[in-house]
Design a protein around this ligand. Structure first.
Ligand code: NAD
Ligand code: TDX
Length: 332
């Protein structure tokens, strides 16, 4: 049994992780989350009260962080500003949370000698050509494109430095694009599903040829638990499930699964600096730590995700109009 502190546990992947941990282990979980626009307490309903507690606060609040680190065995750090389009509009919160927030946590991990796992993204490696036979590995050079991915790259480098310079007991994982329940409707898959539910045509940036390597959030959670359990301190692990798909294919699949014509979508203004392709080689995680993803069938996982959004409109409806109004100002 471990006492875990999960930062960003009211967000998409963090809340999936909290559900996963509480149903697959006997660990106790404290969530620290600022409840920004992306945090939602409704994502944490129904959890066992004797093993779960929620603390509202900022990861950059050193006093609060110090207090919380004193009472846990390990920290899993999900909290971040996570959306590329927002980072192009206003980068400042990305620096505050992703850089200063991570620095604040690392200083507490150093003081309290707490095991630390840092959650990051494949976007730190930049992008690949569509026909590149190589995929990202743990030794691919960092080459981030956006304010979001550059702050995530910066946070990864801080973790590496705190391991080397101060002996912090940390690991890092860089995962590909997640899908599943509780994802904010600003993101690609939930935006298009909720568009179709609302009778709005899905919006594809540019030509839609950009490739993302999709993994179900529950597979991401099992990988993180595996790394917490068996990962080597100081090591980086790439997490991916061989799920490469171009955006056009994903939109067409959503439309088909929702009973619409596959071409009933609009092309809209492309994202500035839009990364072309991400692809993960997760051999190290699979071979050294014995992890395997469970959601091999993307279409089945997507159908279940569509059902979740159909059945949970009260969870996403309050945010939908604001998101669409923001995108309208950007031509998206
Ligand atoms: P999200 O935006 O859905 O959730 C982020 C959560 O962090 C929210 O609950 C928010 O309230 C909280 N938060 C933000 N700033 C905070 C602060 N200063 N203090 C405390 N809490 C704060 O993000 P997500 O998609 O769940 O991503 C979680 C993590 O996973 C991020 O670190 C992201 O970089 C990484 N990641 C995401 C993906 C993906 O596909 N979404 C892929 C790989 C890695
Ligand atoms: O309406 C849309 N139409 C569209 O074509 C939106 C919102 C997105 N897109 C495209 C842009 C991307 O090529 O879909 C793809 C996925 O977009 P996002 O959901 O914004 O994700 P992405 O930018 O790939 O980043 C995601 O994966 C890596 C997460 O948001 C990051 O937090 C994570 O690090």
């Amino acid at each position: 049994m471990m006492r875990l502190l999960v930062t960003g546990g009211a967000g998409f992947i963090g809340s999936n992780f909290v559900h996963h941990v509480l149903s697959h282990t006997d660990h106790e979980v404290t969530v620290l989350d600022k409840l920004t626009y992306a945090g939602n307490l409704a994502s944490l309903e129904g959890l066992p009260a004797d093993r779960f507690r929620f603390v509202k606060g900022d990861i950059a609040d050193a006093g609060l962080v110090d207090e919380l680190f004193a009472g846990v065995d390990a920290v899993v750090h999900y909290a971040a500003e996570s959306h590329n389009d927002n980072s192009l509009d206003d980068p400042r919160p990305f620096l505050d949370t992703n850089i200063i927030g991570t620095y604040t946590l690392l200083e507490a991990a150093r003081k309290h000698e707490v095991r630390f796992h840092h959650i990051s993204t494949d976007e730190v490696y930049g992008d690949l050509e569509l026909d590149d036979p190589e995929r990202f590995t743990e030794t691919t050079p960092y080459n981030p494109s956006s304010p979001y991915s550059s702050t995530k790259a910066g946070s990864d480098l801080l973790v590496r430095a705190w391991v080397r310079s101060f002996g912090v007991q940390a690991t890092i994982s860089n995962c590909s694009n997640n899908y599943g329940p509780y994802q904010h409707v600003e993101k690609f898959i939930p935006r298009q599903i909720t568009n179709v539910i609302r009778g709005i045509r899905p919006k594809l940036y540019g030509k839609g040829e950009n490739v993302r390597d999709w993994i179900h959030a529950d597979d991401h959670s099992s990988a993180v638990l595996t790394i917490l359990d068996k990962g080597q301190i100081g090591q980086t692990y790439l997490i991916g499930a061989d799920g490469e798909k171009d955006n056009k294919t994903v939109v067409e699949l959503i439309l088909t699964l929702m009973g619409q014509a596959p071409d009933a979508y609009d092309h809209v203004t492309d994202r500035t600096g839009h990364d072309l392709r991400y692809a993960i080689d997760s051999t190290r995680l699979r071979e050294e730590l014995g992890w395997t993803p469970q959601y091999a069938d993307f279409e089945a996982g997507l159908a279940a995700t569509i059902d979740w959004y159909r059945n949970n409109e009260p969870w996403w409806a309050p945010t939908k109009d604001g998101v669409e109004a923001f995108y309208a100002t950007k031509g998206h």
